[in-house]
Design a binder for this molecule. Structure first.
Ligand SMILES: [Zn+2]
Ligand SMILES: [Zn+2]
Length: 168
């Protein structure tokens, strides 16, 4: 009588073999400990730390951190730059929708620490309907930080062509 879930090549049920594989994956030393917050990709020294903070409706400061691979960070920056050309002359234009956000401003501050690149800071004049779209991935997949953690990442000063191509 055959074992339930087993097969001819292994005496263990499939779920056992899966657990063993997952354990080996976790202990392999070639990948970074932290995966990209967006796509889950792991790559040694290849994740940028993104700190975001904003003030919630109760005036409490919210601070979150995500780690992004170069692909996901590029996608984010492209979204934020869509309407940042600034030829409208308006100082407060929402970078996502391009509308005047002076009447419904919901500012989000980003500090980005890319590997081997100088840090970059952005004060985004989001409108109140677009700000939640930017905040959502931080709320869902980011690490919530205390007030003093923002800016704690170590700066680096070497250069890297790959990260230099992000549309800053
Ligand atoms: Zn990614
Ligand atoms: Zn907007």
């Amino acid at each position: 009588m055959p074992l339930v879930g087993g097969n001819a090549s292994s005496p263990f049920p499939p779920s056992w073999r899966f657990s063993l594989g997952a354990f080996q994956e976790r202990t392999r030393p070639l990948v970074s400990f932290f995966p990209c917050s967006e796509c889950g990709q792991r790559a040694v020294g290849k994740l940028a730390a993104i700190y975001a903070n904003w003030f919630a409706e109760d005036d409490k400061r919210q601070a979150y951190r995500m780690r992004l691979c170069v692909t996901c960070l590029t996608r984010l920056m492209e979204q934020l730059r869509k309407h940042s050309s600034g030829d409208s002359g308006l100082l407060t234009t929402c970078p996502l929708c391009g509308e005047d956000s002076s009447q419904n401003l919901s500012g989000v501050y980003l500090t980005i620490y890319p590997p081997k690149q100088p840090e970059r800071e952005y004060a985004l004049t989001m409108c109140s309907s677009c700000a939640p779209l930017l905040q959502a991935p931080f709320l869902e997949r980011g690490d919530k930080l205390g007030d003093r953690s923002v800016g704690a990442a170590a700066p680096t000063n070497a250069t890297s062509a790959e990260w230099a191509q992000v549309p800053w």
